[in-house]
Design a protein around this ligand. Structure first.
Ligand code: BES
Ligand code: ZN
Ligand code: ZN
Length: 474
């Protein structure tokens, strides 16, 4: 599909999207139709609202769609545009003209948003469907907006990386195992100059990653430790460490999940997909920063060699861990990855991303990333990046009372502490030390039951764009 910024006219297109702002006049051509729609109460100029109509001119019939909220480039308005675009695809539009005369772009981000919008909205997970819905759209034109080409291109990269993560997560677990994830990371990473190092079981054993290996012990698939390095600032010793939870399927292990909770558990490598895709995005944008991403990938299965509730294992950091529940497997893999990125990769700042707890969803719902941090400055930057990318984030507290709860009489630490989301974060904190750290629990936003306007049902690519933006802001 081709996208062009030029002053299109009605004869160039077969569908029009008109962005409207409250009480702002629209162009001469659509004035009457717009007034009629408003008068009939079909459109109230609300942000994100969309109304579709048809328009005849010079013997040609055009679809016309009005989208409200152009007074501010925010989530509602962007979703409205995505909705209009999807509607017109459903109408089999071939050439769509957008009129952005009324767009107020105070933060100068609309160019980026446009780059992201179509890439993100176009992707649907239909790889396994015999009949695929081919898009008829060939050309998209924008007018009346003074766009910034560099930002627009950056938006396309951000959108493509969001989609890459979604593709990884949407692959079912019978296809996406640790070896496949490692292969995708290597192939895609090396395309863009990211160094990718994959470590197999013997090496993982050599590092003493007993916590990670406990989770991997049931699986017929070998674990893969994925390390990706991008050196955008070789003269600096600073390294931004990304750690992603890479459980390609979470059955719960012997602490088995009920089937209903299990059937979406291919999404449990959503954190891994986010960091793998984000570091590639950082490389594609050529940002002047060093980043290392580490994923300790495995699935969490049931077999005669499973780890058991009650087992005591040694982590790479040397701490002994009492496995209270095998379904709290994410943190067991994450802490060895955290130790690896700190000890071996000398990360100076750390962000971990994980579909970690059902408790995060119960607390904040399905669209919010639950976060904790030991560093206000780093958290502030991460929070800003989420806001810039129109993703929701909320910081949760870390109270001493619950630190006590992690202790166990037979081991240094146990893998469950109340309350759920903070307990999981505190477990990771115990391995982080003083390094500035932000923990992102994306259990809610990583995977959607229902299609939203900008993404289909299934994976959403949550956190990918904020992480790339963070690398830019640091
Ligand atoms: N992968 C799950 C968390 C999850 C739940 C992600 C729902 C996405 C959607 C995690 O490994 C898990 O099972 N957590 C348990 C922890 C409990 C056993 C302490 C949970 O949250 O129930
Ligand atoms: Zn689990
Ligand atoms: Zn899990």
């Amino acid at each position: 599909m081709e996208k062009k910024f030029y002053d299109w006219s009605w004869s160039d297109v077969d569908a029009v999207v008109y962005a409207v702002a409250k009480d702002e006049p629209v162009c001469e051509g659509v004035k009457e139709i717009y007034a009629a729609l408003k008068e009939k109460g079909m459109f109230e100029e609300k942000a994100g609202e969309m109304v579709a109509s048809m328009y005849q001119r010079d013997g040609k019939i055009c679809d016309v769609v009005f989208v409200g909220g152009a007074e501010k480039v925010d989530k509602k308005f962007i979703n409205g545009l995505a909705k209009a675009y999807k509607y017109l695809k459903g109408r089999k539009a071939v050439k769509i003209g957008f009129n952005f005369k009324n767009v107020v772009d105070e933060d100068k981000k609309f160019s980026r948003v446009l780059g992201e919008l179509f890439t993100m909205t176009d992707y649907i997970f239909d790889d396994y469907k015999t009949e695929k819905k081919e898009s008829t759209v060939k050309e998209i034109y924008f007018k009346n907006y003074d766009y910034d080409e560099k930002l627009y291109k950056e938006g396309e990269v951000l959108g493509e990386q969001n989609v890459f993560a979604r593709k990884l997560v949407n692959e079912p677990a019978n296809v996406m195992n640790p070896a496949k994830l490692a292969k995708y990371a290597k192939e895609e990473g090396e395309k863009y100059g990211v160094e990718v190092d994959i470590k197999d079981r013997p090496e993982i054993e050599k590092y003493g990653m007993g916590s990670y290996l406990a989770v991997a012990s049931a699986s017929a698939n070998d674990p893969k430790l994925i390390i990706m390095r991008y050196k955008g600032n070789p003269s600096s010793k600073d390294v931004l460490g990304f750690v992603g939870k890479g459980i390609t399927f979470d059955s719960g292990g012997l602490s088995l999940k009920p089937s209903d909770g299990m059937k979406t558990m291919k999404c449990d490598m959503g954190g891994a997909a986010a960091v793998i895709s984000a570091i590639i995005g950082v490389a594609r944008l050529g940002l002047p920063i060093n980043v290392t991403a580490v994923v300790a990938s495995t699935d969490n299965m049931v077999s005669g060699t499973s780890d058991r509730p009650g087992d005591i294992v040694y982590s790479m950091a040397g701490k002994s861990i009492f496995i209270d529940n095998t379904d709290a497997e994410g943190r067991l893999t994450l802490v060895d990855a955290v130790t690896f990125v700190l000890q071996e990769e000398k990360a100076t700042k750390l962000v971990d991303v994980a579909t970690l707890t059902g408790a995060a969803i119960r607390a904040l719902g399905n669209t919010v990333t639950a976060s904790v941090s030991n560093n206000d400055e780093l958290f502030g930057k991460v929070e800003n990046c989420f806001h810039d990318m129109n993703e929701n984030i909320w910081r949760m507290p870390l109270f001493d009372d619950y630190r006590e709860d992690l202790k166990h009489s037979w081991a240094d630490i146990k893998n469950i502490a109340a309350p759920g989301m903070q307990g999981a974060a505190l477990f990771i904190e115990a391995f982080v030390g003083d390094t500035p750290w932000v923990h992102l629990d994306i259990a809610g936003p990583a995977f959607a039951d229902k299609a939203a306007n900008i993404h289909g049902d299934g994976a959403t690519g949550a956190a990918v764009r904020p992480l790339i933006e963070l690398a830019k802001k640091l």
